[in-house]
Ligand binder design. Structure first.
Ligand SMILES: Nc1ncnc2c1ncn2[C@@H]1O[C@H](COP(=O)(O)OP(=O)(O)OP(=O)(O)O)[C@@H](O)[C@H]1O
Ligand SMILES: [Mg+2]
Length: 248
């Protein structure tokens, strides 16, 4: 999987909150078509890193390239139009709008000059693809947790990303549901989208990730295949005494 064009390149990214370096000198590359997992114990800096990638935060130092372009100082919308999509750890659809309307908003946001009817049609296709078509006319707040996660992915896909960032979209799912979500991410990859995901559920990481980046206390402590990083003594030590199961 490595080799080929780089879609995301982080060089020495850091983010300081007051006295805390939540992300410290993080560098990695993601290659086109690759599924890259970012793992690490609670508070390791994973979500902060994703916020740096998507443009929610500007880095305290470091540089970020998206699809060959320096986007370090670019806002969220610019990165989105360039091809970066994101689903959030805390799902936040518009609760009173229908499922279909929520995805339509994503489709309208992704591309300038799209007509409402084209966006509505596209949104419906995405609902079919993510298994949400039966819920199309329900209000978003009526969804189950699994359906919520699907909606979050559908909304991110609606912006037509080339790179999709997912923050714990499997959290709280039952194993069978997580397997469905794994299949959805695989199909996203199959359509040519590179996926970077944060995940605590190790079987999901094992099944999905081409490569794994491990963070602890803001830093990258290991990088490699699932087998390589889970055999790494520094990674094992970082997980000791945490609730996360490293070998699931
Ligand atoms: N906006 C903020 N202001 C101050 N500190 C923050 C902020 N966001 C995160 N932090 C701190 O930065 C550190 C990294 O947090 P982050 O949310 O990135 O971790 P995480 O790896 O995503 O954890 P989890 O697995 O629990 O989601 C933590 O110590 C957290 O308390
Ligand atoms: Mg997090």
């Amino acid at each position: 999987m490595s080799g080929g064009p780089v879609v995301l390149k982080a060089e020495g990214l850091s983010k300081r909150f007051g006295g805390l370096l939540a992300v410290q000198n993080v560098s990695f590359s993601q290659y086109a078509g690759e599924i890259l997992a970012v793992i690490g114990p609670n508070g390791a800096g994973k979500t902060t890193l994703l916020n740096l990638l998507s443009g929610v935060y500007r880095p305290t130092s470091g540089r970020l390239e998206l699809l060959g372009e320096d986007v370090t100082e670019k806002p969220i919308e610019y990165r989105c139009h360039l091809g970066l999509g994101r689903a959030f750890q805390i799902v936040r659809p518009f609760p009173e709008m229908t499922v279909h309307e929520n995805v339509t908003v994503g489709a309208l946001f992704g591309k300038r000059g799209k007509t409402l009817s084209a966006a509505r049609e596209e949104a419906y296709d995405l609902l079919e693809r993510t298994g949400l078509a039966p819920q199309a006319d329900k209000a978003a707040h009526e969804l189950t947790l699994l359906q919520d996660k699907r909606l979050e992915v559908a909304r991110a896909l609606a912006t037509q990303p080339k790179v999709l960032l997912l923050d714990e979209v499997m959290a709280g799912l039952r194993p069978a549901e997580a397997q469905e979500a794994v299949a959805l991410v695989r199909s996203v990859q199959g359509s040519g989208i590179s996926v970077l995901f944060i995940e605590h559920i190790m079987p999901v990481v094992r099944d999905l990730a081409d490569r794994v980046v491990v963070m602890d206390q803001g830093q990258v402590i290991a990088e490699g295949t699932y087998r390589e990083v889970t055999a790494n003594p520094q990674v094992v030590a970082a997980y000791l005494g945490t609730e996360a199961e490293l070998h699931a």
